[in-house]
Design a protein around this ligand. Structure first.
Ligand code: HEM
Length: 199
């Protein structure tokens, strides 16, 4: 199966760089922003959310549809996940700038829950290689599944708490993505039960 790590990483680096440059320009710091670094914060999290969504639903969608193009996406899921981690790290950069500019504004709970999300994301990124996969065995799947649902939860809850139209659209798409995963889970169970009854 073809793999496109360079193309995928290049898209993440290009988007991340473009947003960072824009965030420090008049567009990013000027009218339309409620506070400094808002553009950088929102744009980076929205771009990273797109990579996340692709990695989150590609497998289940393939199980439901068996579409050939999705098989290609699945074989590149590792690089899509790493691209998510890269762009989401730029979100972290803007969080640090935002906290520096507004000391005391970030709530302790946000920092703890968000901090755990970053810890899990980096653990996922660090173990996204064949060596860790073999070394960790069943714990690898546990870590990656748990982290993915934790990140899904934080993303969905945060988007749903915002009044922007884009945030509402993202909330809907994240909920649909979960539905797709649940449907694929049912299908897997059905297939397993059918195979057992045929055996
Ligand atoms: C570590 C602590 C974190 C802090 C202090 C923080 C801070 C912020 C701030 C200030 C905004 C902009 C809000 C606005 O302008 O209305 C934002 C947006 C957002 N953040 Fe973070 N963030 C953190 C971690 C995370 C993590 C780990 C995730 C996801 C896994 C995340 C997902 C989001 C989302 C979904 C939005 C809303 C984007 C939108 O409405 O379009 N954040 N964050």
């Amino acid at each position: 199966m073809d793999k496109y790590p360079r193309t995928i990483f290049a898209s993440a680096v290009a988007l991340g760089a473009a947003v960072t440059i824009l965030a420090f320009s008049e567009v990013g710091q000027g009218a339309g922003n409620d506070y400094p670094y808002q553009f950088g914060l929102l744009a980076t999290v929205r771009i990273s959310a797109l990579y996340f969504l692709i990695a989150f639903v590609a497998g289940p969608l393939y199980q439901l549809t068996k579409a050939d193009w999705l098989a290609k996406v699945i074989s590149n899921r590792r690089y899509i996940g790493l691209s998510f981690a890269f762009v989401h790290s730029i979100h972290l950069g803007f969080i640090i700038l935002w906290i520096n500019a507004n000391p005391g504004l970030a709530e302790a709970m946000t920092l703890i829950v968000g901090g755990i999300a970053y810890l899990l994301m980096y653990l996922q990124a660090l173990t996204s290689n064949n060596y860790s996969f073999t070394l960790l065995g069943k714990y690898w799947r546990w870590l990656h599944n748990f982290s993915m649902y934790y990140l899904w939860f934080i993303m969905t809850v945060t988007f749903s708490g915002h009044n922007y139209v884009t945030a509402r659209i993202f909330t809907g798409v994240f909920l649909v993505a979960l539905l797709v995963r649940i449907l694929a889970l049912f299908k897997r169970r059905q297939n397993r039960a059918r195979k057992l009854s045929e055996a």
